[in-house]
Design a protein around this ligand. Structure first.
Ligand SMILES: NC(=O)c1ccc[n+]([C@@H]2O[C@H](COP(=O)([O-])OP(=O)(O)OC[C@H]3O[C@@H](n4cnc5c(N)ncnc54)[C@H](OP(=O)(O)O)[C@@H]3O)[C@@H](O)[C@H]2O)c1
Length: 347
């Protein structure tokens, strides 16, 4: 069985990662590419500055890029659109009957839109029951979190059982998170930039609570953890790192926290979804890990690694978490969302 899919924003960093990840996908086949008017009508090879360390497939290179309009796109569409245009375009696709699996921030915090990490809150797909009828859409929109929120929320999810109360995170985010061409080389080489535009800190302080929240009476009740985020851009290609502290209502011992991470599994593992990593969170015992260069690509970039768990003199514990921002934090996340939707009969 093959399901034809379209990619909105196919020429961007996330769009390229979609194309690479679909190459050997057992269910999904790329049949349609969409981007801006600048790219429409060109071959993908001419429209895109391919930046991945794998060759661009010849059949994709020759495909024509379309304008980002529903018309002849397949029913299932993945979106890596720039957020300045994603709201309008994704809404138009959903209205026209497409299932839009989006990376953009525009719909993430809407009460009737699932903000999904399948291992953590796969049950939030139930929000789709009312979405289409309430909005007058024939299709729907499902979103994945901001790229650093995926890593953070996955690291925190197994800790909810200990009464997660407060958390502070300082991020060290890769340049691929800024799209292409992204941050000018002059600004990032040999430097750290203590600011990321687009409300990055606010996204961390709000999206995480929705993801960790519980579905009650058809709506998501946000998790009460209070979060303080500070973000930095660092000269790393791929992999967002977070230095994280947490407090609990009842402080567990360190062994219980490590066991909670290592034993954490969810629907993707239970269902054997094609993009599911065998162990979504892996605790590394080496004192100098995780590191983006060594650990971001573990299990195809779908595993979050954590390490350096130790007592914090201010809060209860501190640790480091890392994930691949354009795979687990973007294209791979959206593909896993669609795989779960397929298995649950929602495509
Ligand atoms: N990079 C990450 O790690 C990451 C992670 C999670 C989420 N995201 C989100 O995913 C989205 C894409 O990010 P990115 O890093 O891939 O950005 P990017 O490299 O700048 O790519 C943006 C894409 O949007 C298209 N686009 C721009 N203006 C358009 C318009 N007016 N109409 C139609 N298409 C238009 C571009 O097409 P042209 O080439 O034709 O201009 C390009 O394909 C963003 O919303 C971002 O916040 C990114």
């Amino acid at each position: 069985m093959t399901i034809e899919v379209g990619i909105l924003g196919a020429t961007g960093m996330v769009g390229q990662q979609f194309i690479a990840l679909f190459e050997n996908h057992p269910w999904f086949r790329v049949a349609w590419l969409g981007a801006s008017e600048r790219s429409a009508g060109k071959s993908y090879r001419d429209a895109c500055a391919w930046r991945l360390p794998v060759p661009l497939r010849a059949d994709i290179a020759e495909m024509q890029v379309n304008a980002a309009e529903p018309s002849d796109a397949p029913r299932l569409v993945f979106s890596g659109l720039d957020s300045s245009v994603a709201g309008e375009i994704e809404g138009a696709f959903a209205k026209a009957g497409h299932v839009v699996v989006s990376n953009s921030r525009n719909y993430r915090m809407e009460a009737d839109v699932p903000l999904l990490i399948p291992e953590v809150n796969g049950d939030h797909l139930a929000l789709l029951k009312t979405q289409a009828s309430a909005r007058g859409w024939k299709g729907c929109i499902v979103t994945n979190p901001n790229c650093v929120v995926v890593v953070y929320a996955m690291a925190l999810a197994p800790l909810r059982q200990f009464g997660l109360k407060t958390s502070i995170i300082t991020t060290l985010q890769a340049i691929s998170g800024a799209g292409y061409p992204g941050v000018p080389s002059w600004d990032i080489l040999g430097n750290v930039v203590p600011f990321i535009g687009g409300g990055e800190e606010e996204k961390i302080e709000t999206e995480t609570n929705k993801i960790l929240g519980a579905l009650k009476h058809g709506t998501v009740e946000n998790h009460p953890v209070t979060i303080s985020a500070a973000v930095t851009r660092v000269p790393v290609h791929n992999g967002h790192t977070g230095s994280i502290s947490v407090t609990f209502t009842e402080r567990p011992d360190a062994e219980a926290i490590v066991a909670a991470w290592n034993s954490f599994r969810g629907k993707p593992q239970d269902l054997g979804l094609p993009s599911a990593p065998p162990q979504p969170i892996v605790y590394l015992t080496e004192p100098n890990r995780p590191q983006p260069a060594l650990d971001a690509s573990r299990d195809g970039g779908m595993t979050v690694t954590v390490g350096r768990l130790r007592r914090c003199p201010v809060l209860d514990y501190k640790f480091v978490a890392l994930g691949h921002n354009t795979i687990r934090g973007a294209a791979g996340a959206a593909i896993l969302n669609a795989e779960l939707m397929h298995r649950e009969g929602l495509l």
